[in-house]
Design a binder for this molecule. Structure first.
Ligand SMILES: [Zn+2]
Length: 275
């Protein structure tokens, strides 16, 4: 799933092309992708976008007149692409905008179940839609993070992924951040010392900045992740083979040498807990 570094790299890449010309045609949109009907999509036609903004993992495309905001959430397999005039695109995009002069913005989703979403909102509606999100992960300092981790006792991996607590981190970057911070994904947030909170804040900022830099250069997952989906490969810090554990509906990757004092974490799958 694209997370903060991936979305921010796309935001920077799309900002100029989508704001260069007014929208000539809004749509078509897959029925499962477009989540709103009022205002209608056609209300975008003739208007120009101001550029692209980002909040957590969502992209926002406000119109230059300040009246409408197109909000996009790619979920797991949605992808956005800017097409130059005449450039071939997908036959049936989940969503498309065509600009005057012929360039396009297309959203594709290569999955049976369409989960990516597009919302056309007024600025007030957009604000309400984003209200539940916690502060942005990139730029969060140790004091602000300390307040979040001490609010209630949560395991670190699900806490980092909880968009209401901190916005922008998903499974992959939670793995990378906790590895760099040398903290167990199962550690309880309220057990962290000040030093550990500081390490976590530093790791969060360093890892997300590293990810953004790599993604801006076009790096793929293999060149970007050092822990995520690398079961059995040697840890780049200590050489211990990386391990994985199932937690609720997710798989977590970690280094037993760097993060858990050599301990192997036990599965905590929801299905197993419910049995
Ligand atoms: Zn290690």
């Amino acid at each position: 799933m694209p997370e903060l570094p991936e979305m921010e790299a796309w935001r920077r890449q799309l900002n100029d092309p989508v704001s260069a010309f007014p929208i000539a045609k809004a749509g078509p949109a897959h029925i499962a992708t477009l989540k709103t009907f009022d205002p209608p999509l056609q209300a975008l036609e003739g208007r120009q976008l101001r550029g692209v903004e980002r909040r957590g993992k969502r992209l926002l495309f406000p119109t230059a007149d300040g009246e409408l905001v197109l909000l996009v959430h790619l979920m797991t397999s949605g992808r956005l692409k800017s097409l130059r005039t005449g450039e071939k695109g997908p036959k049936t995009p989940a969503f498309a905008l065509e600009f005057e002069g012929g360039s396009k913005l297309v959203l594709t989703e290569n999955a049976k179940r369409k989960r990516a979403g597009v919302w056309l909102l007024t600025p007030v509606q957009a604000e309400a839609e984003l209200e539940h999100l916690g502060p942005e992960a990139l730029g969060l300092d140790a004091a602000a993070l300390g307040e979040i981790v001490r609010r209630e006792s949560r395991r670190l991996h699900p806490l980092l992924r909880d968009q209401r607590s901190i916005a922008g981190i998903g499974r992959a970057w939670a793995n990378e951040i906790l590895h760099t911070a040398r903290l167990s994904p199962y550690a309880l947030s309220t057990d962290l010392s000040d030093d550990e909170v500081g390490r976590l804040a530093t790791a969060m900022n360093e890892e997300l900045a590293r990810g953004l830099e790599l993604r801006e250069r076009g790096s793929d997952d293999g060149k970007t992740y050092r822990v995520h989906k690398r079961l059995g490969e040697p840890c780049h810090v200590c050489g211990t083979p990386l391990a994985q554990v199932d937690f609720e509906e997710h798989t977590i990757y970690y280094c037993p040498g760097c993060q858990t004092g050599g301990r192997v974490l036990k599965d905590r799958r929801l299905s197993r807990l419910l049995r």
